[in-house]
Design a protein around this ligand. Structure first.
Ligand SMILES: Cc1cc2nc3c(=O)[nH]c(=O)nc-3n(C[C@H](O)[C@H](O)[C@H](O)COP(=O)(O)OP(=O)(O)OC[C@H]3O[C@@H](n4cnc5c(N)ncnc54)[C@H](O)[C@@H]3O)c2cc1C
Length: 453
């Protein structure tokens, strides 16, 4: 079956699902801010209005800077408005991809940065008065087959050694918590939890507008010229400032920056119709912890405040040339629908209401890519937070604002490292297609064994 066109329904094993171009959590804001017309100047220009861009703009404004934000569509259009809403710290990281390379000491500092990202968001929600249905339940990385236990325990142990808290839950502990039975055992990360990312990013947008940030929406950056003053060119005007922050995440390579350091990876999600009271009752799951699995391409399963189930990831892909088309991924939605049936057999027949996709940015070591560019080192960038940007890409705003004001926070210093280079095309596409295909087959084997019991 071939993928359908934008706006169509997509057939899954659970019936047709409606593809949402803007993700499942938000609509275009009614108070869309006007596009940039004419020439403006500021202390700092931020390009991109997701968690990173909006947090940077808010923190800079609090320090007294005049800030312009250029956003190609509207705030929250990117991954920040499309993610699964897990606020996870250092235990969510892929330790095997970087610890040996950078060493324990640096890894410890980076894990601390991830954990600090969780407390940063929790504090900002209170300070900015953002209600985004945050459930501070912690999260669980679970196994669906006994073969996954060793890996979960090893990863948890390494995380503990690196300073991030966690607790192993055996089958009895999982059942005592009321976790759905397909998740046999797991590791509970007590910090963080789940939130509604649409409400969170729109809350940041509202706070930024109220704080006096000049947000220009429907204003793509087309080009920029470097120098002591950087000028950003848009379709109908330009903005100039002594500093520019690229908070464009997966879209950054298209702007000519970090082309050989980060690549966009397409990640998809499905959302069911609301569960009935009887279905919720049958499910148990009283604390509603967000659950991920330890597959090579993890599955994530969570309940929302409006009693739907959101499933994400499971089948990820790379588009040739680091492109980011806003198109449906029928194969991913079908795979997620199969996951829904496999993990929640008691909900058989539950309809999938929506499906959507977005892009994360990924470096080969799965670590953040933060730094400066240009002859004056006055063009800052942040990308590469893989699938863990809710906390980190929010917190990075604080660190970049301090950096622009002349202070290098120890956590920012810790993030500085040499990111491995990507491959040129078509090697990049071949390597990613082979690697993701292999991961998919291995995960499929684990799922087959889980079905066999
Ligand atoms: C399906 C999915 C599930 C995920 N689940 C989780 C999760 O549960 N937990 C977690 O921590 N992370 C998750 N992530 C990752 C997380 O969403 C991202 O790491 C985070 O949102 C990145 O924030 P950001 O501000 O850096 O980038 P984005 O939110 O992508 O913001 C970049 C912005 O730049 C704008 N832009 C791009 N080009 C231009 C241009 N030329 N001019 C002007 N503006 C431009 C875009 O429109 C966009 O608004 C998930 C991601 C996806 C896609």
């Amino acid at each position: 079956m071939s993928d359908t066109r934008l706006g169509d329904s997509i057939d899954t094993v659970s019936g047709p699902a409606h593809f949402r171009q803007l993700g499942g959590w938000l609509e275009q804001p009614a108070d869309l801010q006007p596009p940039l017309k004419g020439n403006v100047s500021a202390d700092v220009i931020v390009v991109g209005a997701g968690f990173a861009g909006l947090s940077t703009a808010l923190e800079l404004t609090a320090l007294g800077a005049k800030v312009v934000v250029l956003e190609q569509e509207f705030a929250g259009f990117g991954a920040s408005g499309r993610n699964a809403g897990y606020l996870v710290g250092g235990q969510g990281m892929k330790f095997d991809l970087f610890v040996k390379r950078i060493g324990h000491e640096k890894a410890r500092d980076i894990v601390k940065f991830y954990d600090d990202g969780v407390s940063y968001v929790e504090r900002r929600l209170k300070e900015l008065g953002i209600d985004c249905d945050y459930n501070a339940s912690g999260t669980i990385r679970a196994g669906v087959h006994p073969s996954q236990e060793k890996m979960i325990r090893q990863s948890m142990q390494l995380g503990l050694e690196l300073g991030s808290p966690a607790q192993f839950l055996d089958n009895a502990a999982m059942r005592a918590r009321g976790i759905p039975p397909a998740f046999l055992f797991g590791c509970h990360f007590p910090t963080g939890g789940t939130l509604n990312p649409g409400k969170y990013v729109l809350g940041l947008r509202r706070a930024a507008i109220q704080a006096g940030v000049r947000l220009y929406e429907r204003t793509p950056l087309l080009s920029y010229s470097e120098g002591p003053v950087v000028t950003c060119h848009t379709a109908q005007g330009s903005a100039s400032a002594r500093h520019v922050v690229f908070a464009t995440n997966a879209y950054t390579p298209q702007l000519g920056l970090l082309r050989n350091k980060v690549m966009p990876i397409k990640v998809s999600a499905i959302e069911t119709e609301p569960l009935s009271a009887a279905q919720l009752e049958s499910l148990g799951w009283p604390n509603r912890e967000g659950i991920t699995t330890s597959h090579l391409a993890m599955e994530s399963h969570r309940l929302t405040a409006h009693n739907t189930l959101v499933l994400s990831t499971k089948r990820i892909s790379y588009v040739y040339g680091s492109k980011t088309p806003n198109e449906p991924d029928g194969a991913a939605y079908r795979s997620l629908a199969e996951g829904l049936n496999a993990r929640f057999p008691s909900l058989h027949g539950l309809r999938i209401a929506h499906c959507w996709s977005g892009y994360i940015s990924f470096a080969f070591d799965a670590l953040p890519v933060v730094g400066e560019s240009g002859p004056q080192q006055n063009i800052l960038y942040t990308a590469g937070c893989s699938g863990h940007g809710v906390g980190t890409q929010s917190y990075i705003g604080r660190l970049l604002a301090e950096r622009i004001s002349g202070i290098e926070h120890p956590s920012l210093a810790a993030l500085r490292h040499t990111t491995p280079s990507l491959l040129p095309e078509p090697l990049q596409w071949c390597a990613m297609t082979l690697a993701l295909g292999a991961a998919n087959r291995l995960d499929g084997f684990t799922n087959w064994r889980a079905r066999k019991g």
